[in-house]
Design a protein around this ligand. Structure first.
Ligand code: ATP
Ligand code: MG
Length: 633
C-alpha cells in the first residue's frame, strides 16, 4: 500500500464513524505567534481543545502536513523526518478512551490487516501530576494485546506536552510495530522506549484532560478531548515491512536520483548524508510552497539552514553539479496530486532554490576570498612590502609568488605558513572550499571566475602540493590537539571549559534554540566559542548572556557527571555536538538544572569556583556562524 491508499482508508474509516474532514492547512500557523511551524495535526485545533466550539462539530479527522525543527538533528536515523504528513482523528469533548483505542486497533489490524502479534503499546505510568493510566491498559488487554507487550513509561515517553509553555496536554498511549530482529544498538533490554529503530512508533492516542497553565502546573480541562496522530511515512514503512523510512516508495526515486548524481550507493556511511538531502530538500520545497523565503531570521532562517545542509551534504558525497533543482522536480512530481500549490508555484520556487543555492555558495567563497586577501596583506606587511592603498592584490600576490613554482612553492609555503597556498588567493580559496565544504576545485574556480573576476586557475601541480601539505598540517595539528586535550587540565582551562557549557545554554536562552555550538578552543588565557547564529550580537544581547553566566556562577551550582549511552543522554535532553562521533558510553555533565551536555572535558565541581566571566569579543566566522571570546574576570 502507498501513502495515497493509506490516507483514503483512514479518512473514510473515520468519516464513517461521524468525523468531518479538516483541510490540510499551510505549514505557517495562522494565529499563533509562538510557533514557527505546524508541528502536529492538533496544532490548528488548540482553541477548540480548550473548549471553543468547532464549526464542523465534535468529531474531526485530517491529513496535515507538519514540520518539526526539533527533529532536524534526528534526521539521518531510520525513522525521523523534519517534514512529514500526519493523519489524525479528534474528539472534542465527545468520545473517550474506549472508542479511541478500539478504533485505532480496528484500523490497524482489520482495515490495514497488520499482524496483531507485532504490536506493542505503551501507557502512562503515573506521577505526582496524574495517575497511572490503567484504563487504557485494560482496554488494550481486552482487545487482545498480551500483558508483556503493554509497557508503562513516564512523562518523557507517554505525555503530550503543550506546544508552547501552556495549553492542553495529558497522558497518551502509543502504538509500535516490532520490525523484528534484535536491538539495533545491541542492548539486551530493548523495548519501545529504545530509539534504536526496532520498534517503530506509528500512532499516538492522546487523552487531553489537563491544561498546563504554567510549566509544571496542571488544571483539569473544561472538556476531555482525544487527539491522535499517525505518521504517514512511518506507517507506510511498517506496512511495506521496511525498517527504514527512506526506503518507502515516496523516497525511493529521490534516493535514486541522489545515487545517480553522486555515483555512490545508498549504503554504509553514505546513508546519513543521503537521508539528510532527501528529507531537507523535501521540507524546503514544502516551505517555499507555503510562502517562506530564505532569510536571516525565523522561518526563513530554518529554510536557509535546510538548503545549506543539502548543499553541504551533497558536496560531502562528491556531487559535482548543483543538483537540487533536478531533485526538486522528482519530489514535486510525487506530491502534485495532493498539493496543487507545488505545481502552481513550481517555477517560482525552483528559481528560489537555485538562487539560494548560488548565493550561499557565493557567500562562502566571498568570505574565503576576504580571508585570503587578509593573509596576503599580512604577509606583505611582515616582509616589509609597502602596499599602496587599494593596490590590486592580485598584482602584489604575483610579485610575491611568481618566483615559486613546483617544489619551490612547497618550500615557500613551509617558510611562510600564513600564505597557505602555492597560488595565492585563488589557491587559498579553492583549498578552503575543499576542506571546509568539500567543494570540488573546478566549481570554485568557475565561481571565482564568473562572480569575483579572479581569473587564476589553480594548477594541478599546485593542487597536489597543497593536498600533501594539508595532510602534514592536519596530522600535526591532530597530534597537538590530542596532547592539548590530555595535558592541559590547568585550573584556568578547567574553569573556562565549564564556562562553555553555561555560555552555550545562555546563548540559546537569549538568542533562541537555533543556536548550536560549532566548535570551541580553550587556552589558559581565554575561551573561543563558535556557534550557529545568523547575525551580529547586539551589545544588549552580549550583556544579557554575560549576566546570565555570572548569575549562574554566583548561584554556585553543582556540576555533576553521569555515564550513559548517547541515546539515554539525548532522552535526558543533553546537548551533543551535531555530527560528532561518540563512543558507546558518554559522559553527561549537568550544571544544576541549567545545562546538560555530553562532554569529555575537565570541569569544576561547582560553578562558584569560576569566579566570574567577561565576554571580550564577538565576530563572524563565515555565513551564519559567530565566534565569541571570553575570559575569566
Ligand atoms: P518519536 O518518539 O519517534 O520522535 P513522537 O513521540 O515525537 O515520535 P508524536 O509527537 O506522538 O511522535 O507524533 C505522532 C506520530 O507522528 C508518531 O507516532 C509518528 O508516527 C509520527 N512522527 C513523529 N515524529 C516524526 C518524525 N520526525 N518523522 C516522521 N514521523 C514522525
Ligand atoms: Mg519526537
Amino acid at each position: 500500500m502507498k501513502a495515497k491508499g493509506l490516507k483514503e482508508k483512514y479518512l473514510s474509516f473515520f468519516k464513517k464513524r461521524g468525523h468531518k474532514r479538516l483541510p490540510n492547512v499551510s505549514l505557517i500557523p495562522e494565529n499563533d505567534p509562538t510557533a514557527l511551524f505546524i508541528s502536529a495535526g492538533m496544532h490548528p485545533l488548540v482553541p477548540y481543545l480548550l473548549g471553543e466550539s468547532h464549526p464542523l462539530g465534535k468529531r474531526l479527522v485530517s491529513n496535515q502536513r507538519c514540520l518539526r525543527t526539533t527533529d532536524i538533528e534526528n534526521v539521518g536515523d531510520s525513522h525521523h523526518l523534519t517534514f512529514f504528513e500526519m493523519l489524525g482523528n479528534w474528539s472534542l469533548g465527545d468520545y473517550w478512551k474506549e472508542e479511541a483505542i478500539s478504533w485505532s486497533w480496528e484500523f490497524l489490524t482489520k482495515e490495514l490487516g497488520l499482524p496483531k502479534e507485532k504490536f506493542h503499546v505503551s501507557c502512562f505510568k503515573g506521577d505526582k501530576d496524574a495517575p497511572k493510566d490503567e484504563e487504557s491498559a485494560k482496554i488494550w488487554k481486552k482487545l487482545g494485546v498480551p500483558l508483556n507487550q503493554i509497557h508503562f513509561f513516564g512523562k518523557k515517553e507517554n505525555w503530550w506536552a503543550p506546544i508552547g509553555q501552556t495549553g492542553p496536554c495529558g497522558p497518551d498511549t502509543e502504538m509500535f510495530i516490532d520490525m523484528g530482529g534484535k536491538c539495533r544498538e545491541g542492548k539486551k533490554d530493548c523495548d519501545p522506549s529504545c530509539s534504536c529503530g526496532r520498534f517503530f512508533e506509528v500512532w499516538n492516542d492522546v487523552f487531553m484532560e489537563y491544561n498546563q497553565v504554567a510549566p509544571g502546573k496542571y488544571k483539569p480541562l473544561k472538556q476531555r478531548n482525544v487527539d491522535t496522530g499517525m505518521g504517514v511515512e512511518r506507517m507506510i514503512s511498517a506496512i511495506q515491512g521496511v525498517d527504514d523510512i527512506f526506503q518507502i516508495n515516496a523516497f525511493k526515486p529521490i534516493i535514486e536520483e541522489i545515487e545517480k548524481a553522486s555515483n555512490k550507493k545508498y549504503e554504509g556511511e553514505n546513508k546519513k548524508p543521503m537521508r539528510v538531502i532527501a528529507d531537507h530538500l523535501r521540507a524546503a520545497i514544502f516551505l517555499i510552497a507555503d510562502g517562506v523565503v530564505p532569510s536571516k531570521e525565523d522561518r526563513g532562517y530554518v529554510l536557509r539552514r535546510l538548503i545549506r545542509e543539502v548543499i553541504r551534504q551533497s558536496n560531502s558525497l562528491g556531487v559535482k553539479e548543483v543538483f537540487s533543482v533536478s531533485l526538486a522536480r522528482v519530489i514535486i512530481d510525487n506530491y502534485r496530486e495532493e498539493y496543487p500549490n507545488l505545481i502552481g508555484n513550481k517555477n517560482k520556487f525552483l528559481r528560489e532554490l537555485k538562487n539560494e543555492e548560488q548565493s550561499l555558495i557565493l557567500a562562502d567563497i566571498r568570505y574565503a576570498e576576504s580571508k585570503a586577501r587578509r593573509e596576503v596583506e599580512e604577509y606583505a606587511k611582515r616582509i616589509g612590502l609597502n602596499l599602496k592603498k587599494k593596490q590590486n592584490l592580485e598584482e602584489i600576490e604575483k610579485e610575491l609568488l611568481v618566483p615559486y613554482k613546483g617544489e619551490d612553492a612547497g618550500l615557500f609555503i613551509k617558510e611562510n605558513p600564513s600564505i597557505s597556498t602555492a597560488s595565492g588567493i585563488a589557491g587559498t580559496i579553492v583549498f578552503d572550499q575543499k576542506t571546509t565544504h568539500g567543494r570540488p576545485a573546478e566549481d570554485t574556480n568557475e565561481i571565482l571566475n564568473k562572480h569575483l573576476n579572479i581569473k587564476q586557475d589553480v594548477s594541478a601541480e599546485a593542487q597536489a602540493i597543497l593536498n600533501k601539505l594539508h595532510k602534514d598540517v592536519s596530522r600535526k595539528s591532530a597530534v597537538k590537539k590530542f596532547k592539548g586535550g590530555l595535558a592541559d587540565h590547568s585550573e584556568a582551562v578547567t574553569k573556562l571549559h565549564t564556562v562553555t557549557h553555561l555560555l552555550h545554554q545562555a546563548l540559546r536562552d537569549v538568542l533562541g534554540k537555533h543556536v548550536q555550538q560549532a566548535g570551541s578552543n580553550i587556552t589558559a588565557e581565554r575561551l573561543r566559542f563558535d556557534f550557529v547564529h545568523p547575525e551580529k550580537l547586539t551589545e544588549e544581547q552580549k550583556k544579557k548572556v554575560e549576566g546570565i553566566i555570572n548569575e549562574k556562577i554566583k548561584a554556585d551550582l553543582p556540576v555533576k557527571m553521569e555515564m550513559m549511552s548517547l541515546e539515554e543522554a539525548k532522552k535526558k535532553g543533553a546537548q551533543a555536538l551535531f555530527g560528532e562521533k561518540y563512543g558507546e558510553k558518554v559522559k553527561v555533565y549537568s550544571i544544576g538544572d541549567y545545562s546538560c551536555e555530553v562532554c569529555g572535558g575537565p570541569h569544576v565541581k561547582s560553578t562558584g569556583e569560576i569566579g566570574g566571566v567577561k565576554i571580550v569579543k564577538e565576530k563572524a566566522v563565515g555565513t551564519g556562524r559567530r565566534r565569541l571570546y571570553a575570559q575569566l574576570a
